[in-house]
Write a protein that binds this ligand. Structure first.
Ligand SMILES: NC(=O)c1ccc[n+]([C@@H]2O[C@H](COP(=O)([O-])OP(=O)(O)OC[C@H]3O[C@@H](n4cnc5c(N)ncnc54)[C@H](OP(=O)(O)O)[C@@H]3O)[C@@H](O)[C@H]2O)c1
Length: 297
């Protein structure tokens, strides 16, 4: 059975292409093969591949740029997933889609659960929420996995920026009043694979769909999927610098969000509670262990 995977060169897409091996025939595409801003191409690729499952980690992820490019962000994060959902439903296929902690406003004291009311504070968050809503209202069998503060060994991410700056500067000044859970892209991909194995194992009869209908009845919907624990960007930076092998390590000074103004407003607390995912599918590592593994990789 075919799995159509988007965004194969992204942080999560790259890891998914490896983690999903063995679960089906993976057809992994990039922007050149399937540009999400081209509805005709999107439909054409889906109709040609005829997947049993679409896994969509591709997204417009430039949070600050989205403030001045809302149309493009909406096109890729909302309209393209809506179209994928429509095409998947027509084929009888399912859709796994990724979303973000930035759908929340950050005002909650504790961690956010799936039932909490979204209230995005920036254009990126609004576009991702619109994507979630389009998928939910399409009637397609779906799972939406919200994650946070994604980093990895490739691409542009906070870990790689800190690694570079740590060897160039004597001091790093990092925001200490925003809280979240840094999550390794590989954790997300491996947890997705575990989830699929578990869903497939629910088959009451041999054969049939990639994921049996009973599994969808029991498990479809939104899940939070992040590393466990919480920290600030400052705490994350201290942990990264602490593990770097450098002759001279820079100091890490805490600053307030107001001292580092950016175009997009960030939630102050975007810690997501992943208990629902862990109860249904598999445990998730704490952020510090995952960071150690990522740096070792
Ligand atoms: N990064 C984070 O901190 C973070 C936090 C919370 C949630 N998320 C969510 O997690 C998911 C995965 O994020 P990520 O960190 O893996 O993102 P990423 O590394 O930025 O990768 C995004 C991928 O989407 C592709 N893409 C963008 N525009 C496209 C278009 N028009 N047509 C086709 N492909 C396009 C990119 O292609 P190119 O390589 O060609 O640019 C890239 O491969 C996304 O849904 C994101 O919203 C991310």
């Amino acid at each position: 059975m075919k799995i159509l995977l988007t965004g194969r060169n992204g942080q999560v897409g790259y890891e998914l292409e490896r983690s999903l091996q063995g679960l089906g025939e993976i057809v992994a595409v990039d922007r050149k093969v399937m540009d999400l801003s081209d509805p005709g191409k999107l439909r054409e690729v889906i109709r040609t591949v005829k997947p049993a499952l679409i896994v969509n980690p591709a997204a417009y992820t430039a949070v600050d740029q989205a403030e001045s490019e809302l149309d493009i962000a909406m096109c890729i994060n909302a309209e393209a997933p809506a179209l994928m959902a429509e095409e998947a439903r027509k084929l009888g296929a399912a859709l796994i889609h990724y979303s973000t902690d930035y759908v929340f406003d950050g005002e909650k004291a504790g961690s956010y659960v799936e039932e909490d009311m979204p209230n995005p504070q920036n254009a990126y968050g609004r576009s991702k929420l619109a994507g979630e809503q389009a998928i939910r209202s399409s009637g397609v069998r779906h799972l939406i996995l919200r994650t946070s503060w994604v980093y990895g060994t490739r691409g542009k991410n906070f870990l790689r920026t800190v690694q570079r700056l740590a060897s160039e500067r004597e001091e790093l000044r990092i925001v200490a009043d925003q809280f979240g859970a840094p999550t390794w892209a590989r954790t997300i991909a491996e947890a997705t694979a575990h989830m699929l194995v578990k869903l497939q194992a629910q088959a009451r009869a041999p054969g049939g769909r990639l994921i049996p209908d009973e599994a969808w009845q029991d498990h479809a919907g939104v899940y939070h999927l992040t590393a466990q624990g919480r920290t600030s960007w400052h705490g994350f930076t201290q942990a990264i610098v602490g593990q770097l092998d450098l002759p001279r390590k820079p100091g890490v000074a805490p600053i307030r969000t107001s001292e580092y103004p950016l175009p997009a407003r960030r939630p102050q607390n975007s810690v997501l509670c992943s208990d629902k995912f862990m109860q249904a599918f598999c445990t998730l590592p704490d952020w510090e262990s995952a960071l150690r593994l990522c740096l070792a990789a």
